[in-house]
Structures are given as C-alpha cells and as structure tokens.
Design a protein around this ligand. Sequence first.
Ligand code: NAD
Length: 478
Amino acid sequence: MELHKLLIGGKWVDGSRVRDNINPSDVTEVVGRFTEGGAGEIDAAVAAAGEAAPAWAASGPQQRFDVLDFIGSEILARKQELGLLLAREEGKTLPEAVGEVGRAGQIFKFYAGEALRLRGERIPSTRPGVMVEVTREPLGVVGMITPWNFPIAIPAWKIAPALAFGNTVVLKPAELTPACAWALADIIHRSDLPPGVFNMVNGAGSEAGAALVQHRDVAGISFTGSVETGRGIAAACIGRMAKFQLEMGGKNPLIVLDDADLDTAVACAVNGAFFSTGQRCTASSRLIVTEGIHDRFVNAVSEKIASLVVGDAVASDTQIGPAVDGRQLEKNLAYMDIGRKEGAELVRGGERVTCEKDGFYMSPALFVNTRNDMRINREEIFGPIATVLKAADLEEAMALANDTPFGLSAGICTTSLSAAEHFKANARAGMVMVNLPTAGVDYHVPFGGTKASSYGSREQGSHAAEFYTTVKTAYQLA
Ligand code: NAD
C-alpha cells in the first residue's frame, strides 16, 4: 500500500513513524498508510514556511486568487470521490461527507474573492498636513491544528483565508483523519502555490502539535479541538506572545416552545442531535422543552430515532454512521452509564449495534427527566446522545439554555415572533438559530462562540481577516 508522506518545502518527505488509517465502519479495512512527523519535521516545515513568507506576503491579489480558485475548483470537481474517502476514514454518511467536501471547495472559492477585496483606509490626520493610512498585513508563518470531525472543511476554513491574506502555513491535522488532509495537501501542492507556502506535517498532538505551538518562528496558531487541548495551547501561546484563536466544544441547547410546529421541532432536534453521529461541536445535545408540548415532542422524537438506520457510512440507506474510533464509542457508552446512574430516564437507544461489518456502531439515545446539573448536561459527549430538560416557560427555558460553560450555538423552535426575537437577543451563544437545527452553518459568514467554546477572533467570512492579518497605521507628512 502506498505510503503517504509529509509536505515540507514543496517536497513529499518521510517522517519518523507510520500510522494505518482504519475505517470506523469496517475495522478490517485500512484506508491508507501515513507517515507521521515530530519536532524535527515541524522545525523543517516552519523553516520552509519562513523562507517562503516574504515573497508570498508580496504576492498580488491576482496570484492568490488564481491559486485559491484552482484549489476550490478541483475540490468541487472531485467531491464525490473525496466524499467517499472522508466517509471511509471518519464515518460520516456519504451525503454528509460529500456535503462537507463541497463546503471546503466553496470556502476556497470564497477566499479567492476575498484576496481581491482586501482594503485599506486613508484618513485625514487631526494634525493639519498629515495623512494617515490604515492597512492590513499578513502575520507571517501561521500554524494550524485541526480535529478529526470535519477533516477537510476545517483545514479549508483555516488554510484558505491564511493564504488569501498573504500568510504561509504549517498544518498539523488530526491523527485519526490524515487521508483528507493529505488529499487536500496534494491538491494545494499541484496548484501554482510557490514551494514552502503551504506545508503539512501529520503527527501526534503531544509531539508535532506541541512543537508547532511552541515554535518561536510561528506568529499565530489557529486551533480547533477540545477545550482541554485549547487551554494548553493558549497558555503556550501567551508564554511567547504569539497570536492565537481557539474553536472548541459545545453543549448546545435547542428550546422547543408550546407554540412550535411539532414537525419542524422534531426535524431540528433529530438532525441537530444525531446526524453526523452527534460528532459536531454544534450538535443539539440539550433539548429544552416546555410542558405543553413535552410529551408529544418526546414521543415523536423517540419514534423518529427508532426508524433511523445505523450502519456503514457508505451504504446508501445509512442515516447514522459509526463513532470515529473505539475510544469515542467507549466514551459514549460510559456516558450512557453516567446518565442512568445520575437518575436520567432512558427513552430508547444507547446500545452497541452489530452490523454486517465490524465497526464502532451505537443506536441514537434519548434521555428524559434530566436536570441541568447532571454531567450528561454539562459535559460535551460528542456522540449520538441527547437529553430532554423540561421547562415551565420561555424564561425558564432561556435560563437553562444559558446555564452552561459553553456558548457555541443555540436554537429555538417557535411560531412566536416575539419569542424568537427575545431568544436571538438573549441567548449567550455565538450562533443562534430560529426553527433551524443548531448545526449547519453557511461558509461566508462568521463562525464561533462565547465562553469555553471559542477564544479570539471569529473564523470564516470576511471576519477571518481579523486573525490572519495585523493592522498597521502609517502617518505621513503631506
Ligand atoms: P483534540 O483536542 O483531542 O485534538 C484536536 C487537535 O489538537 C488534534 O490535531 C490533536 O492532535 C491536537 N493536539 C492534541 N494535543 C495537543 C497538544 N498538546 N498540543 C498541540 N496540539 C495538540 O480534539 P478532537 O478530539 O480531535 O476533536 C473533537 C473536539 O473538537 C470536540 O471538543 C469538538 O467540539 C471540537 N470541535 C470544535 C469546533 C469548533 O469550531 N468550535 C469544530 C469541530 C470540532
């Protein structure tokens, strides 16, 4: 089987270890073999990115547009093939995986346009005869550390703005999903991007990741992953005064009010809580339901999840794929025990499922009669497990929704305009949804949260310039 290497300075190079990438839908299938690097390879990649930085910072918008447009076009043209690869390595169903690849392609296209739209300001000074200019400059070498759950879209939404705004890049992708990262690196490598502008080093977080974060020549770190890892990265970056942005976990509430359209509410809850096997930072893991609709809602969600087909990510009838690996599956099952012990009532699901192929399958689970201080309501599980919390009215529902250490996404299902407006104004989350699932966002607008979910400036849309550029104010005597 072909060994996929690291991309450093425009060349494919060996690392120090090899990792087999296993299909979570069928543990007998090796999706690919990947070289992993450590501190030495990170050092070489940062050196290559540093060497390439001045010329890329001076490149014009047309050159950047052409490169990003090429990358986006190839991703879009190959979205079925790349979607199949993503489904095989991560376990997302094929339509979800193809959708994610499509999004990655659109992101590159969007930032191709952003490269042309970079603007500065020329402002009269308060001092007569002086002119002031405010411009944006690239940071230099930017390090990116990404998780496994969106293995092509998240690297895309970091790499594309970084390149558009003139930075050079070292990407350290998640250990569990090297294939999508490699496929993306291969496309970037075949574009007209000068060697060294983009580099990719697969490897362990504690080695390659830590080396990247601590490297004194890396001007900024963009991280997506768990809160625990993010906290360590923040401390390391502050220690050497590097810029950083963190996108982390969620425990996202979906409020369902008595006046909600039941079908809409059930569709939002089932999509938000269980699709992508609940492995989304924006998953609706807490369903907060007012008393008048509670029983009808719980029965309808329970019936719906009983009909969901759990199985091989690439099978045409599958609606819920496997957990990404054995560790995540064990974690999900452990939270099932925690929920039962805490006194939550299981409506259905939460069991291992045996399929034709040996994979990490479990049935979607719904707990009711839960309290917001239970661990299953406070900690991110990252599996197909949702809880229901009963609320007397909108006020109590809002208080429960906001009573969480996280603040990424929040939703409400209601037919009341005033309830929707009140929710949008008072939900303490970075993204709020009305009659839509908490998961599922556009690629041309900001993405991010509050509290422990996010730190630093927003990703995506034109707001990404906040992180990937630094502002310079120039004064000149006219
Ligand atoms: P993780 O924190 O375990 O790993 C994320 C990345 O950090 C990986 O590449 C890993 O190798 C690296 N890493 C680990 N230890 C490191 C260290 N000491 N120094 C530097 N890098 C290190 O997270 P995960 O399990 O891959 O992903 C799941 C998490 O990601 C969930 O918490 C989920 O909510 C979060 N997530 C957040 C968003 C968002 O935008 N808010 C999006 C997707 C996923």
